[in-house]
Design a binder for this molecule. Structure first.
Ligand SMILES: [Zn+2]
Length: 101
């Protein structure tokens, strides 16, 4: 069964509008379906491309939160990440080297 369409994206390859979907299991990464078939850019940059270029409609027509980490967008995961961020102090912000942009 196909996963629900959660947004649309302009495919730079076939120049058509692709339907953005998400893996139903596992990593729940984003991909899109278009004239090319299924485009699955599974790396962080690939997922970022989809988040920045897709127009999300959500499964219920509501916008989805953007990906802010290498982890996939997921309501629970995102909340956990936000809580983790709040716990970090200035020291961590100054010396954390794994989240540099
Ligand atoms: Zn395409």
């Amino acid at each position: 069964m196909a996963n629900p369409t959660i947004g649309h994206i302009h495919c730079p390859i076939c120049n058509e509008t692709g339907e953005v979907r998400r893996y139903a299991t596992g990593t729940k990464k984003l991909y899109w379906h278009c004239g090319c078939g299924q485009i699955r850019p599974t790396t962080f940059n690939g997922q970022k491309f989809i988040n920045e270029n897709a127009t999300f409609i959500g499964e219920n027509g509501t916008p989805l939160p953007p990906v802010t980490d290498e982890k996939p967008v997921n309501g629970k995961l995102t909340e956990t990440e936000q809580k983790t961020e709040k716990k970090k102090g200035l020291f961590d912000m100054l010396f954390a080297d794994d989240e540099a942009e």
